[in-house]
Design a protein around this ligand. Structure first.
Ligand code: ATP
Length: 231
């Protein structure tokens, strides 16, 4: 990891001075796949935002990844090659212990001043928000952009529904009018691709060529962690 990435990624110096929103798309990226890249790209277009992919180190909500942090970063770098709209921010990997989104957003808020920040989440991740560490504080720090995911109900129920009732904004441009606090739905192209399925295919010796970005096949070592694993 370069010092620049550790300090906030390839994106650390992009977009400064403008009020272009900064959107963060966190995940395990074990491995990064076309579903991630496609929704992140469309979100960047829809919101006219800078989008950073932010790999999590020790995900608080799930079993540890198969690939190491360094391997996941190498795959992300390979996947993001050749474009500049989506960038990589590796700050969570240099933190000890679980990486809580609330801490990451607080750090970003300190760096970005009043710039609109967004947390991008798939509908499945959004539905699980109330189990996240200090989840209500997330709305003080960022807007939340939710994309539909095939097979997942788009609208939440229970305490999450209550929390977001007064926060929903229909017009995406609303996120540029304030730094945080709104929830917007992002109408992206639904792609039924998951890292779980890809790990299963790779473990079974298959070659899921068009579910993964081309760059991941250019270096035979990148997908090795999944070959013959029990994922
Ligand atoms: P896994 O199958 O291992 O759970 P995943 O494919 O869901 O992995 P993650 O790294 O866990 O990927 O997801 C990071 C974020 O990407 C989450 O917010 C998740 O909802 C979102 N996401 C992943 N795949 C898609 C997809 N195909 N369409 C929309 N959102 C997605």
């Amino acid at each position: 990891m370069t010092a620049r990435e550790a300090a906030g990624g390839d994106a650390a110096h992009a977009g400064q001075g403008a009020m272009k929103p900064l959107a963060v798309f966190g995940g395990t990226f074990d491995p990064v796949h076309i579903g991630h890249l496609s929704v992140a790209w469309e979100a960047a277009e829809l919101l006219d935002a800078e989008v950073r992919l932010m790999p999590a180190s020790v995900p608080p909500h799930r079993p540890p990844p198969i690939a190491s942090a360094a391997q996941r970063v190498a795959m992300l770098r390979a996947a993001l090659r050749g474009q500049s709209r989506l960038t990589l921010d590796t700050r969570e990997l240099s933190r000890h212990g679980p990486s809580y989104t609330v801490d990451t957003l607080r750090e970003l808020r300190g760096e970005q001043g009043e710039r609109p920040l967004l947390l991008l989440l798939g509908a499945d991740a959004f539905a699980g928000l109330p189990s996240w560490h200090r989840w209500r504080e997330l709305f003080e720090l960022a807007h939340i952009g939710v994309f539909g995911r095939p097979g997942v109900a788009p609208l939440p129920a229970g305490e999450l529904a209550t929390e977001i009732a007064g926060r929903r904004a229909e017009a995406l441009a609303a996120v540029k009018t304030r730094p945080a606090g709104l929830v917007v739905e992002l109408a992206v192209t639904p792609l039924e691709i998951s890292a779980t399925r890809i790990r299963q295919l790779l473990a079974a010796g298959r070659d899921p060529r068009y579910l993964l970005p081309e760059g991941l096949f250019e270096d035979a070592g990148l997908l090795r962690p999944y070959r013959g694993s029990t994922a």
